[in-house]
Design a protein around this ligand. Sequence first.
Ligand SMILES: [Zn+2]
Length: 197
Amino acid sequence: MTMGDHYQSLSFVDVTAEQAPAIADSAIAHLVGRGIVAAERTHCVLSNDTGHAPGPHYALALANTEDAANDDLRELSACGVGVDLERHVAVGWNDSVTCPHCGWSDPLEEPDGEMRPIWERVSDALSDWWDGGSGEMPCPSCGKAVRLNDWQGDFQATWAVSHLTLTFWNWPLLAEAFVEDLGRTLAYRVRHTGRKL
Ligand SMILES: [Zn+2]
């Protein structure tokens, strides 16, 4: 690991544990077909695991295609896409939460960077899901149960829970259109998170 490694995750949030291996194969086949990743698995991710290195057209997945022209991602040791088929909690940006039922909304973080009390509830619900729980958190305002993946928008979300996660190591910001297209192609909602290590 080098200083400043970062990653973005794409979580297929409605895929069950049973469906995950087949959907993962379809996702990778789609990305290989577009030249975004290589078909073979090599040591190109930050772990002892293997992943798919960026393909010749990986810039198609990026929000700013110039990012690929300025710095070739393929020169980094961690530059691939890992496939995680385990129960996984991905974390990312700190945005606000909004209840889809009543519209109650609260930022996760104070202006000084301190996490607000709602984060503790989120954090408990994430731990509960990790332990095999339902993945729901009741709204503090209307009391309705809201699934963890429904508290925020899908792009640049703060967290995602899923049984199938693709992790893009050190890729510049992915394009929202790319993320949506992948979801449409596979007919599963895809949630995008990211974080610097
Ligand atoms: Zn509510």
